[in-house]
Design a protein around this ligand. Structure first.
Ligand code: OSB
Ligand code: MG
Length: 378
């Protein structure tokens, strides 16, 4: 699937940026006002592949953050590959496998290698990975709002724009009343909730109330390290449980499905270590009859290119958390912002790789720092 012998990486560049969100995004773990990430550029034969880290400014979603990831790359990843690597992402994965954890740091380079490899093959990424559609079906993830009226008016706008599914963030103390209000106004829309792990053992009975609202699924009610509690809840409620944070590799996907802790899986390439592991989780889920979708980390237009490509895989049967560039930013860092059509579809690009060009003029304005590594003896 990915062979182009003779291509070796010459250079890896990290460009740390902060990009203001149009409005803050609030989850059970806090509020964020700016997208913090670093862009990765890998270069071979004069061709560049791009990606970004999914980690946020603080280690709230997981133990990774942008600065921790940059440190892991500098101290452990670069020394593992600096003698030389080919552009094959699978070879890279083997070289950094000894490093425990830090999937987002590892994934940021793996993904840039997939963009680069696809470009060297002269194909769009979605074709290289076996995508079956030319578009992603998309839904929108709405953060916690200051009040219910604001939430309802946001939902109205997003439905008008065509989003196929609404996901609302919930947290302990801000849950049933939100879902009730949304269902009163919109009895039939595809609706989900995401708790980002805010609940615990004592909430098991309480969460059964969510069965009244005909949700597509409930996303990550309990902390990421607790598969058992998810299986326990799944055994007492009708609504499907979808796991996000808990599934950070394909082994956990298999186990969560086998013990009945998940009936849906949210796949985020950063969280699981990259494109290869995302495809593995997708395939395992498909074999076991479990539906999947692609999650989002409020990515820039670069990260979105990977999410849209992955969302074309055959077992992505739920709408993915992929929104138009304008939903996140006043100005994206790519020359062609991502858009959705009136049916809530985001079309892949037919250009090579993820099909994204960086808007260098704008990127230069939001750079915090930049670091360049020479790879191999070139
Ligand atoms: O849990 O899915 C999540 C954003 C940051 C961290 C965690 C999550 C999210 C989202 C946003 O829900 C989805 C998007 O990128 O639109
Ligand atoms: Mg989630």
């Amino acid at each position: 699937m990915i062979e182009q012998p003779g291509n070796y990486v010459n250079k890896i560049v990290l460009i740390r940026i902060a990009l203001p969100y149009r409005e803050y995004f609030e989850t059970s773990f806090g509020r964020e006002y700016e997208k913090h990430t670093y862009i990765v550029i890998v270069e071979a034969n004069g061709v560049e592949g791009y990606a970004e880290t999914a980690a946020g400014i603080y280690p709230r979603y997981s133990y990774e953050s942008v600065d921790i990831d940059a440190y892991v790359i500098d101290k452990y990843i670069i020394p593992s590959i600096e003698k030389g690597i080919s552009t094959n992402p699978n070879e890279y994965i083997e070289k950094v496998r000894w490093i425990k954890g830090y999937n987002m740091a590892k994934a940021s380079i793996e993904m840039a290698l997939w963009d680069l490899t696809s470009k060297l093959m002269g194909k769009p990424l979605y074709k290289v990975i076996g995508g079956k559609r030319k578009y992603a079906n998309v839904g929108v993830s709405i953060g916690l709002q200051k009040d219910i009226d604001t939430l309802l008016s946001k939902i109205a706008t997003y439905l008008e724009e065509g989003y196929q599914r609404i996901k609302i963030k919930i947290s302990r103390g801000r849950d049933i009343e939100l879902v009730e209000a949304v269902r009163r106004e919109y009895p039939d829309i595809p609706l989900t909730v995401d708790a980002n792990g805010d609940y615990g053992y004592k909430d098991l009975e309480y969460l059964k109330k969510l069965d009244e609202f005909d949700l597509l699924y409930i996303e990550q009610p309990f902390p990421y390290w607790d598969l058992y509690l998810h299986s326990k809840l799944q055994s007492i409620i009708e609504t499907k449980i979808c796991l996000d944070e808990s599934i950070y590799n394909s082994y956990l996907a298999r186990e969560a499905i086998d013990i009945g802790a998940a009936k849906v899986i949210n796949i985020k390439p950063g969280r699981v270590g990259g494109i290869k592991e995302s495809i593995e989780i997708h395939n395992i889920s498909m074999d076991k009859g479990i539906g999947t979708w692609i999650g989002g980390m409020l990515e820039t237009g670069i990260g979105r290119g990977f999410n849209v490509s992955l969302a074309t895989l055959p077992n992505i049967i739920y709408p993915s958390d992929i929104s138009a560039s304008t939903r996140y930013f006043n100005r994206d860092i790519v020359t062609q912002p991502w858009e959705i059509d009136s049916k809530g579809r985001m079309w892949v690009r037919e250009e090579e790789g993820i099909g994204v060009e960086i808007d260098w003029g704008y990127l230069d304005k939001i750079v915090i720092w930049k670091k360049e590594y020479r790879i191999g003896s070139n």
